[in-house]
Design a protein around this ligand. Sequence first.
Ligand SMILES: [Zn+2]
Length: 180
Amino acid sequence: MAKLTFTYGAMNAGKTTSMLQVAHNYESCNLTPCVFTYEGCDDKGACYCRLGISRTSNLFNKEYSFSSLDLSGISIILIDEAQFLTTKQVFDLGKIASFNDIPVMCYGLRTSWQAHVFEGSAALLGIADELREIRTICQCGKKAIMALRSAPANGQGDEDLGQDKYVSVCRKCWLNSQGE
Ligand SMILES: [Zn+2]
């Protein structure tokens, strides 16, 4: 049985870079990766990482049905911004791993800048075969696990992810920023 994997980390930890490397590795072996990113993060249909690499990607939104995806010829499914998956989409991806024997690797944040666990991340933490963490560091030198908004944003929602406006911090620095 193929695995459903969730790789999580704070912003700028290198999740997209890591995912693009996996896609490249598959292609080097003449295998076909199927790459998705969230429509709300990029409407041009590409994944971009901080190191300047990008690739054309399929887009998913909350209504997208992974169960209707044509799986012929696909060796692996790679999902960036997986925190924005719905619970149903995570279960559909789990079915693909279990019944179609195609590995699914999801990459995303655990929590929003408000420290809310994203729906997709909660489902993945619950049913993924394997959890992996990509680490990055806080300004204080500890492991960063949360996001802090460093500049005013337009919206108040968890999906307001203009990523330049955020820094990755440890819990202590996050709590200090909240005045707690
Ligand atoms: Zn810190």
